[in-house]
Ligand binder design. Sequence first.
Ligand SMILES: O=c1[nH]c(=O)c2ncn([C@@H]3O[C@H](COP(=O)(O)OP(=O)(O)OP(=O)(O)O)[C@@H](O)[C@H]3O)c2[nH]1
Ligand SMILES: [Mg+2]
Length: 197
Amino acid sequence: MNTIVIATKNIGKIKEFQTMLEPEGFQILSLLDFESITDVEETGTTFEENAKLKAETICELIQKPVIADDSGLEVDALNGEPGVYSARYAGAAKNDDMNIDKLLKELEGTENRSARFVCALAVAIPDKPSSVFRGTCEGEIALMRSGSNGFGYDPVFYLPDKKKTMAELEKEEKNKISHRAAALKHLQETLNLNDLK
Ligand SMILES: O=c1[nH]c(=O)c2ncn([C@@H]3O[C@H](COP(=O)(O)OP(=O)(O)OP(=O)(O)O)[C@@H](O)[C@H]3O)c2[nH]1
Ligand SMILES: [Mg+2]
């Protein structure tokens, strides 16, 4: 079986890559399988820069092909914030619940609640140039939480077409429309994951 290493310890991301790629015959490993590796500092100013930084750093360390995911939420009324700081919006501890509380507070009384999830996926292969792919998913920030599936901001990310938040979707449904699925589709249109050996 072909193994792909995802350069993350975020369990929500890992589960989504497993759901999307295991049916295609890939085994998904992550940094939870390489526990001595510490988090790569995200010093970039774009999702693409951070995804490349994570993929290239981890590839250099483990000398295997890796995919890194840098993702987050852009809220129009907040000029694109929290953006690349989505995980650390309410502080370095990366607490999803506190991040949502802060977001809802910032948007109190705001009418324009349009937002999008963005995902940049970078692929790094030893001794080759890396590449990066972007996917987005448009939605709105709800007034309150609904649903318990998914992770991160999913309970407040409302999809007008579905009349549900991302956290109210079954995982198969999320994986059809998400920013992560869109980025993975672009990646697979360009690269053959079977070649990542
Ligand atoms: O509701 C959500 N549904 C999603 O599908 C989703 N994808 C990303 N996010 C948010 O954006 C941050 C990413 O930050 P991020 O890419 O730096 O990840 P991270 O720091 O958790 O792990 P790593 O991969 O960097 O190790 C995460 O923490 C989440 O808050 C999401 N929220
Ligand atoms: Mg991170």
